[in-house]
Design a protein around this ligand. Structure first.
Ligand code: MN
Length: 164
């Protein structure tokens, strides 16, 4: 599973109510694929944390402007450290002065289904998937931008055309 080391290093669990997460998280049994969540995070700058369960953790991207349903609108999604699965249920206020200080609320949740092998697609930097959330549904893409020399953290999130 993706390492939670960075996630833990960045936080003081004596100060924040965010989950520390277990190293042997058992994937939740969802009838339709793996879990997906978007958390609206009113930190210093408001953003939307987009998370996809993968291999026992939540792959995470911060989307400053949030998702857009128009396929022609591509949103910057900055990859952040993998979060523990338990984080998907977290809502609350991270204290001021702590990493990500501000209010976190679940904006959407549900499941996602990758097209093809998710591990290979993630490595390649192009995830195509279907969301079955309460707000977001249908096919989406996450594509790592080329030429991003800063550790390749920049991706684009955008809606794909759904078949009619
Ligand atoms: Mn955040």
């Amino acid at each position: 599973m993706p390492s939670l080391k960075k996630y833990r290093t960045m936080r003081d669990f004596a100060e924040t109510a965010e989950p520390r997460g277990s190293d042997r998280a058992r994937p939740k049994k969802l009838a339709r694929g793996q879990s997906y969540v978007i958390q609206k995070h009113a930190a210093r700058r408001l953003h939307y944390d987009f998370r996809l369960e993968h291999d026992g953790a939540l792959l995470s991207w911060a989307v400053p402007k949030g998702p857009n349903l128009d396929p022609s609108v591509k949103r910057l999604a900055v990859e952040t450290e993998p979060h523990p699965l338990e984080y998907g249920g977290f809502e609350g206020t991270i204290p001021k002065g702590q990493y990500g200080g501000g209010t976190v609320m679940v904006w959407d949740r549900g499941s996602w289904e990758p097209e093809g092998d998710a591990r290979a697609a993630y490595r390649k930097g192009h995830l195509a998937f279907t969301l079955k959330g309460e707000k977001l549904r249908g096919r989406w893409h996450l594509v790592r931008t080329k030429g991003d020399r800063e550790a390749q953290k920049s991706w684009l999130l955008f809606k794909a055309q759904d078949e009619l």
